[in-house]
Write a protein that binds this ligand. Structure first.
Ligand code: PGA
Length: 252
C-alpha cells in the first residue's frame, strides 16, 4: 500500500505574513489526517527558516523548489543541497517544467540535480511531462521515457528507491485544464511500467504524483486512480481551504 503524498508548490508566491496565516490554517486542519496521507510544502528559499520553525513538530513537511547540481563554488545566485540540509528540507522539486522551459534545464542537468539532492539525503520530486504540441503529435510516451531514461542512465534505477515522480502535463499547469483521471492514469501506469521493467519492487512502492490544475473539485477523482499516489499542487496550495480539501481527498 502506497501512502498518498500531497505537496504544495508555492512557486514565487508568498510573504512572511501570508505564509504564516496559510500554514497556521493548514497545520490545524490536516493534523488529524496524517495517518492516511503525508503532506508537504515546497517554498521559496528565503522562507525556509521561518517555514521550518512553523512546521517542525507538525504533520506537514517542507522543502525547496530547486537546487544547484554543484555542491559548492563560484555559482552566483545558486543554492546547494547542503544549504537545504541546514534547513532540514525533506523534499526538493527538480526539473519542474518552468525550470526546463524558462531556465533551460536539460534532462542531463535535471539528472545532476537529482543526484545532488539524493547525495544530501533529500528526496527529489522529479517532474516529467509533455507539452500540448507533444501530446497532439502523439509522442507523450516518448518524451516521458526520455526524461526518465536520462535519470536511469546517469544515476541508475536505484535512484527511484528514494525519490518521488510528479507527472505534470505542461498544458495542464496553471491553465485550469486538468488531465482527465484516465489520461493521467494512463501516463502514470506507463511511468510505473518503465520503472518495473528494471525493478518491480521499486516500481511497486514508488510514489507518482499528478500535477497540473489539481483543485478541491477534481482531486478525489484523480486520487482514486490506481497509479496516482497524490498530487503536486500549485495555485490551489496558496489557498488554505483549497489545499486542505485536497489533502482531505488524499486521506480518504
Ligand atoms: P498548478 O501548478 O496546480 O497551478 O497547475 C502545478 C505545478 O506547477 O506544480
Amino acid at each position: 500500500m502506497r501512502k498518498k503524498l500531497v505537496v504544495g508548490n508555492w512557486k514565487m508566491h508568498g510573504n512572511l505574513l501570508e505564509n504564516r496565516q496559510l500554514l497556521e490554517s493548514v497545520v490545524t486542519n490536516v493534523s488529524n489526517m496524517h495517518e492516511k496521507a503525508q503532506f508537504a510544502v515546497c517554498v521559496p528559499f528565503p522562507y525556509l527558516p521561518s517555514v521550518q520553525a512553523m512546521l517542525q513538530n507538525t504533520s506537514v513537511s517542507w522543502g525547496a523548489q530547486n537546487l544547484s547540481q554543484f555542491d559548492k563554488g563560484a555559482y552566483t545566485g545558486e543554492v546547494s543541497s547542503g544549504m537545504l540540509v541546514d534547513f532540514a528540507c525533506d523534499f526538493v522539486i527538480v526539473g519542474h517544467s518552468e525550470r526546463r522551459s524558462i531556465y533551460g534545464e536539460t534532462n542531463e542537468v535535471v539528472a545532476e540535480k537529482c543526484a545532488a539532492a539524493q547525495r544530501a539525503g533529500i528526496t527529489p520530486i522529479l517532474c516529467v511531462g509533455e507539452t500540448y504540441e507533444q501530446r497532439e503529435a502523439g509522442i507523450t510516451e516518448k518524451i516521458i521515457k526520455e526524461q526518465l531514461d536520462a535519470i536511469i542512465q546517469s544515476i541508475g534505477i536505484d535512484f527511484f528507491n528514494q525519490a518521488v515522480i510528479a507527472y505534470e502535463p505542461v498544458w495542464a499547469i496553471g491553465t485550469g485544464k486538468t488531465a482527465s483521471p484516465q489520461q493521467a492514469q494512463d501516463v502514470h501506469a506507463f511511468i510505473r511500467k518503465i520503472i518495473a521493467n528494471q525493478n518491480s519492487v521499486i516500481a511497486d512502492v514508488l510514489l507518482i504524483l499528478y500535477g497540473g490544475s489539481v483543485k478541491a473539485s477534481n482531486a478525489q477523482e484523480l486520487f482514486m486512480m490506481p497509479d496516482i499516489d497524490g498530487g503536486l499542487i500549485g495555485g490551489a496550495s496558496l489557498v488554505a481551504d483549497d489545499f486542505v480539501a485536497i489533502c482531505r481527498a488524499a486521506s480518504q
